[in-house]
Design a protein around this ligand. Sequence first.
Ligand SMILES: Cc1ncc(COP(=O)(O)OP(=O)(O)O)c(N)n1
Ligand SMILES: Cc1nc(C(=O)O)sc1CCOP(=O)(O)O
Ligand SMILES: [Mg+2]
Length: 206
Amino acid sequence: MLKLYFICGSSNIVGRQFEDVLEQALKAGITLFQFREKGPGSLDGEEKRQLAQRLKKLCHAYNVPFIVNDDWQLALDIDADGIHLGQDDEKIETIIEKFEHKIIGLSVSNFEEYDQSDLQHVDYIGVGPVYATSSKSDAKKPGGIELIRKMRLYDKEVPIVAIGGITNRNCEMILKAGADGISTISSIAASGNIEQDVKSYLDYYK
Ligand SMILES: Cc1ncc(COP(=O)(O)OP(=O)(O)O)c(N)n1
Ligand SMILES: Cc1nc(C(=O)O)sc1CCOP(=O)(O)O
Ligand SMILES: [Mg+2]
């Protein structure tokens, strides 16, 4: 499920339709999708809910789970498959009862955050940024491949999805360092050839 985790919101799509981009990515084989509706021009309220519903339906047509970023109330309202929370978002302990059979992801950027996180109910951790990213204005300092290597040594079991500045040209070393999967915004959302770019990522698992 974590092999190729596409994350996207309206602000990441320029000059095309969100649904078209997502459908091309689904057809090409992304394995998980996160709706991350934040940043300039992002939708709110009923418009956001309706977009989320449409994107969830599209994901389900390709048997790909639909995860909501941050907005756990929206995730509940539309019966999403899961939620991704960061260290500054709602605490997992306070929502776990409502998400009992759902996928729960947590961001972990360093060992301090790892140590203070209760991973009991967490299905995967998003570790990054590996490289510099322009998709998150408040991203921390990039940790490079060493961040993944060290996190994997620190916890040999927890599913790790790497994030931040990843492309299909730099992902091989990240997987070799111990990540179970790759997550990306811009390398798919801004791709001129989504089918080819998604397939190049997936080739590393063959
Ligand atoms: C898979 C994955 N990993 C990390 C993040 C970042 O979450 P967070 O730190 O809460 O930052 P925002 O994405 O909410 O700006 C993520 N979304 N997904
Ligand atoms: C959403 C997000 N979280 C990060 C983290 O480090 O936790 S980096 C990031 C942005 C990833 O976008 P791109 O693939 O375009 O670099
Ligand atoms: Mg968040």
